[in-house]
Design a protein around this ligand. Structure first.
Ligand SMILES: Nc1ncnc2c1ncn2[C@@H]1O[C@H](COP(=O)(O)OP(=O)(O)OP(=O)(O)O)[C@@H](O)[C@H]1O
Ligand SMILES: [Mg+2]
Length: 230
């Protein structure tokens, strides 16, 4: 198990998002988190990388636990997560390679290792030839692939992808999903928050749904035809 929510409650002032919500995620799982706009998907992602803390209950990721979390542990937790935001957030004044080494430099990796890690990450998203380009010289889909490369470069235990295909056309969205599936097939847990049910249908996997302040699992075997929850 890589992640668990145990009786988690969270609200913004009086606006309750989760009430005693529980779920678990296995360490090799590919999981969707679905729910309509405003249901709390991004909030759940933020609770996982501990940008937000639950008002009651426990969020546990790997060896980290919200109950025992101290401010100074948070960077350690985030280093173990690959976070892909709704908007891209690449550094616009740095090349692709610099955007990637930036993340590695922060943990003092040796130079040779940096080169190798950057090459491996760019290979996985098929963009080694763009390593010297600046973000504004890349298409939206290419930028999103760089964001994915950046997310995997430190061998995270869990990838959190918040609407990773949000602004992309269907072909590019498929490409992004295939990359995320590929990362999962190599053994990394991937959680994708989305309201794009078409994507879930096209790339079937287990689904969690936020509804009535609860997170309920809809376990789906990818070999079987399945129905999405209503
Ligand atoms: N910082 C905040 N302060 C107060 N309310 C907030 C805050 N952030 C989000 N909310 C509210 O909480 C609810 C859930 O927001 P959240 O961003 O988690 O939804 P979402 O499921 O990710 O939606 P979308 O699909 O549009 O991204 C929304 O009603 C939103 O307005
Ligand atoms: Mg959101």
């Amino acid at each position: 198990m890589i992640l668990s929510f145990e009786n988690v409650s969270f609200s913004y002032n009086k606006h309750s998002i989760l009430k005693n919500a529980s779920f678990t995620m296995d360490s090799n799982e590919f999981l969707y988190l679905i729910g309509p706009s405003g249901s709390g998907k991004t909030t759940v992602i933020k609770l996982i990388y501990m940008d937000l803390m639950p008002q009651s209950g426990v969020v546990a990721i790997g060896e980290f636990n919200s109950q025992f979390m101290k401010e100074r542990y948070i960077p350690m937790l985030r280093r173990k997560l690959g976070i892909i935001f709704q908007d891209f957030r690449l550094l616009t004044d740095r090349t692709v390679e610099e955007n990637l080494s930036f993340v590695l430099h922060s943990i003092n990796s040796p130079k040779k290792e940096i080169k190798k890690k950057i090459f491996n990450a760019l290979s996985l998203v098929g963009l080694t030839h763009k390593r010297n380009a600046y973000p504004n010289e890349l298409s939206g889909g290419e930028q999103q692939r760089i964001v994915i490369a950046r997310a995997i470069i430190n061998d995270p235990i869990l990838i959190l992808a918040d609407e990773p295909t949000g602004n992309l056309d269907p072909d590019t969205s498929n490409q992004i999903m295939e990359i995320l599936k590929d990362i999962n097939a190599r053994g990394t847990a991937v959680l994708v928050a989305t309201h794009n049910y078409e994507l879930v249908k096209k790339f079937p996997s287990n689904v969690l749904q936020i509804k009535n302040e609860q997170i309920t699992g809809v376990k789906i075997n990818s070999d079987l035809p399945f129905q999405l929850p209503q």
